[in-house]
Design a protein around this ligand. Structure first.
Ligand SMILES: Nc1ncnc2c1ncn2[C@@H]1O[C@H](COP(=O)(O)OP(=O)(O)OP(=O)(O)O)[C@@H](O)[C@H]1O
Length: 366
């Protein structure tokens, strides 16, 4: 999404997850290794064993600096999966590595350290302490870490300011709106300066306008800091807005993992296709996919230029303003041009059905 994210995604995964299972129910640990049981559908497994496979044989990497969205309908396994990352829920089987370290082998002390310092969670229910001020709520994680009072209050004040709550530091949570309380939750998670922020549907209780505000806040923070984020949502537009990559879950499995553009323009199956059917293409397709090669006349032009990751909706604005095609530039290199025809064909979905025009990238494997 952001340049920061682009720049940092190459430095390796924060989380590496391979063949992860979480099965709830009697003798759950027998399910993943049993080929008969592991192949059953969720319903059949429940009928045969009384077990629920909330996460089924899931593999993926979360790259440094990216916003990794886990999306799916209610009950698809999103929360279970993300809680497994820090073993708030114990995985039943599979590999789980954070920064090269085997998370499943960590002892309690190391795990506590991981949750307090390295991966902070922001929940839908803010979990604020009602009798403490905003500042003291934000400082709470630092207090647990043993930081002195003056230092932690100074750090907390900085975070309160960062999330746009200047002047409200001495209020109690009950004196704040829902959106403001969620900002306190965000500031509290940021205060410990974790490597990864894990968000579990943090905004789903907020009304749409405030929700939009908070999404923009997350995008802004991410742009400024490039911090790795894992974000759970059941809301497709939220996923598309925030995600560098989206893992789309169904019945405990990841049915597709890819960029918003890949998921919308090249859905892996009929389920995903149905899921993304109503998404306006121009809001996810980039000019890199929509452009045509520049001919002699175009390349000589000195009209408006946009980067290859510019959304078609933004390019439409530029083309409408000048009436001329715009050049797609990667630094000083001319990659192609987009004009009315290319942009309209995206809006009209003439590029539908996986016939990606200039974009030969493959859908990332799950
Ligand atoms: N402690 C548990 N015991 C038994 N089954 C569970 C438990 N926790 C979750 N499940 C089941 O695992 C499946 C996945 O649940 P999970 O909460 O991970 O889904 P979700 O996608 O996060 O849903 P939501 O969006 O509603 O929060 C569901 O079928 C749920 O009923």
């Amino acid at each position: 999404m952001s340049e920061t994210a682009e720049a940092t995604t190459k430095t390796g995964p924060v989380f590496s997850v391979r063949n992860l299972w979480k099965v709830f129910g009697p003798r759950a640990d027998k399910v993943p290794g049993n080929t008969d049981l592991a192949g059953l559908s969720a319903g059949e497994l429940r009928a045969r064993t009384g077990c629920t496979a909330a996460v089924r044989d899931v593999s993926f990497d979360v790259q440094q600096g990216e916003v990794f969205v886990v999306m799916g309908l209610s009950g698809s396994g999103k929360s279970t999966l993300v809680r497994c990352l820090t073993r708030l829920i114990e995985p039943t089987a599979g590999e789980l590595v954070m920064d090269g370290e085997d998370v499943r082998a960590m002892d309690r002390t190391r795990l506590r350290e991981l949750r307090r310092h390295r991966a902070s969670m922001v929940f839908q229910h803010f979990g604020l302490l009602p009798h403490r001020s905003v500042i003291d709520n934000v400082a709470y994680g630092l207090e647990i870490q043993g930081m002195g009072k003056a230092e932690r209050r100074a750090k907390a004040a900085e975070m309160v300011s960062k999330v746009g709550l200047d002047g409200l530091g001495e209020r109690r949570p009950g004196q704040l709106s829902g959106g403001q309380q969620q900002r306190v939750g965000l500031a509290r998670a940021l205060a410990v300066d974790p490597e990864v922020l894990l968000f579990d549907e943090p905004f789903s209780a907020l009304d749409p306008l405030i929700r939009r505000d908070m999404q923009e806040e997350v995008v802004r923070l991410h742009r400024e800091e490039g911090r790795t984020m894992v974000f759970i949502t059941h809301d497709l537009s939220e996923a598309l807005r925030l995600g560098d990559r989206i893992a789309l879950m169904r019945d405990g499995e990841i049915v597709q993992l890819g960029t918003p553009e890949e998921i919308v323009t090249r859905p892996a199956d009929a389920y995903v296709r149905d899921f993304v059917r109503d998404v306006p293409r121009e809001q996810v397709v980039t000019v890199r996919s929509a452009m045509r090669p520049a001919d002699g006349a175009d390349s000589a032009g000195s009209g408006a230029a946009v980067g290859p990751d510019t959304l078609v909706s933004d390019a439409i604005e530029a083309v409408a303003r000048t009436g001329e095609p715009v050049r797609v530039m990667d630094g000083t290199k001319l990659l192609g041009v987009v004009g009315h025809e290319e942009l309209l064909s995206v809006v009209a979905r003439l590029d539908d059905a996986g016939e990606g025009r200039n974009d030969a990238r493959e859908v990332a494997p799950a």
